[in-house]
Write a protein that binds this ligand. Structure first.
Ligand code: CMC
Length: 424
């Protein structure tokens, strides 16, 4: 029990709920009955829900999905197995995994009418704009399975979204290039299919490089979930109104689009291009430390990690594997990123604030080396994050839940009478 005393009034008793790992939480829901709200801009100290899916220890740089460390999953598992884990709480047996992969394959088609949505966009539309629109539009195609109180409908929706997201992502790219859409192939895996749908020319075949397919699978896996981040919280908030899951995921995609969230890897490459040459690094580090300059080192810092982001380590390793495979020796962007990282990690400003590279610091370099255009980076993140979003939505709607409705500290005018326009 915690006890809160305000203005020498009687203490207010607040229950403390125990976490299975990590900080316990003080339940402040009683405060509203006592005439108070809590104030926590950016929700830095606020737990908005309880969840069994993902645990992060930001001080130690630990990320666990249903208890399994991300490093072990990245090395020994794969994206679809992680999707199963996030949705079901346990790793699948061999048969369960085969069935799940088969289910995802079964849903790997998009309705012909949906293709028309893409052609409604200008070719130079940002692919994230297409993704927000087209994913939201999926609700129009599945009237018969939109009962959010039915567990089988929720499961089908989850599988459908995981299956269709890479197809829609590739379609957004092919539309921009004016290329015909192509369907996934049964002989390719999830990431291999994505590469094929992205890169196969209109009139020829495309050989999927297994090293790049494995790297891509790992990129999806590293992005799969990250507990109550801005986009996942958006999905939960939209879902708390009872909105359909496609609308909720479209809301999550919109939240992910911002440069402080999913747009950061694109911003890292822009920043490295702006820095230009290694001699300029010092100047930009100085700018990042200047409180009057909005410039920040993109791909550095995290709301939760005050240590090296464990995903960034795997990403850095994957980056080396991809560049080796592609025969890119001495990639100047990678060299500059590494030099910037070294300088920042030794700088008092970054050390004091515990700012370390995050998952986005190296992912842009890998994606660019594979040939993914920069405006598609956040779309890749979207595809990877889909199982996390839908797992959180399923977790929330499977049990009784309240509509999300934060309060505020009101600082506007107090009551006043209306003034007719001629007297203002
Ligand atoms: N470069 C320079 N200074 C920074 C940076 C940075 N990248 N990040 C934080 N700081 C400073 C910030 O200015 C502040 O300094 P002071 O205490 O003197 O005012 C201090 O560190 C704390 O920063 P904050 O903005 O209060 O921290 P936050 O938790 O609100 O922001 C963040 C987290 C990720 C938005 C921020 O670190 C940032 O903007 N990073 C760059 C963008 C980025 O890489 N985003 C990807 C996040 S990981 C992918 C994902 O999960 O979506």
């Amino acid at each position: 029990m915690a006890s809160l005393t305000v203005d020498s009034k009687d203490p207010i008793e607040l229950p403390v709920h125990a976490a299975s790992v990590g900080p316990d939480v003080i339940d402040v829901s009683e405060l509203t009955n006592q005439g108070y709200f809590t104030y926590d801009p950016g929700f830095v100290s606020t737990a908005s829900c309880n969840s069994n899916i993902t645990y992060i220890d930001g001080d130690e740089g630990i990320l666990l999905h249903c208890g399994y460390p991300i490093e072990q999953l990245a090395e020994r598992s794969d994206f679809l197995e992680l999707c199963y884990l996030l949705l079901n709480g346990e790793l699948p047996s061999a048969t369960e995994k085969d069935d799940f992969v088969g289910e995802i394959r079964r849903h790997s088609k998009v309705d012909d009418q949906l293709r028309n949505f893409f052609t409604g966009f200008r070719r130079d539309a940002h692919p994230m704009a297409m993704m927000c629109g087209v994913v939201g539009a999926l609700a129009a195609f599945y009237h018969n399975s939109l009962d959010i109180t039915d567990a089988s409908h929720r499961r089908d929706t989850a599988h459908r979204l995981i299956a269709k997201m890479p197809i829609l992502a590739a379609m957004s790219r092919r539309h921009a290039l004016g290329l015909p859409f192509i369907d996934p192939r049964d002989d390719l895996g999830y990431a291999g299919n994505f590469l094929h749908m992205m890169f196969a020319p209109a009139d020829g075949d495309y050989e999927v490089n297994p090293v790049l397919a494995r790297a891509f699978d790992r990129i999806f896996l590293l992005h799969a979930d990250h507990e109550q981040n801005a986009s996942t919280s958006t999905v939960r908030l939209a879902g708390s109104t009872g909105a359909n899951p496609y609308a909720c995921i479209a809301a999550g995609i919109a939240a992910l689009w911002g440069p402080a969230h999913g747009g950061a890897n694109e911003a890292v490459l822009n920043m490295l291009a702006e820095i230009g040459t290694p001699e300029n690094i010092g100047k930009f580090v100085k700018r990042a430390k200047d409180p009057d300059d909005p410039f920040r080192i993109m791909g550095f810092g995290h709301r939760v990690y005050k240590n090296y982001d464990p995903r960034a380590r795997v990403m850095q390793q994957t980056c080396r594997e991809v560049l080796d495979e592609l025969g890119v020796e001495n990639d100047p962007t990678l060299q500059m990123a590494q030099q910037l990282e070294r300088i920042a990690l030794e700088d008092e400003y970054f050390v004091d604030r515990r700012l370390y590279p995050n998952v986005d610091f190296y992912s842009g370099i890998i994606l660019r080396a594979i040939g993914i255009p920069e405006d598609m980076f956040t779309v890749i993140f979207t595809t990877g994050r889909t199982p996390g979003w839908i797992a959180h939505w399923c977790e929330m709607v499977a049990v009784p839940y309240k509509i999300g409705r934060p309060r505020q500290l009101y600082t506007g005018a107090s009551r006043r009478d209306f003034v007719p326009i001629e007297k203002r």
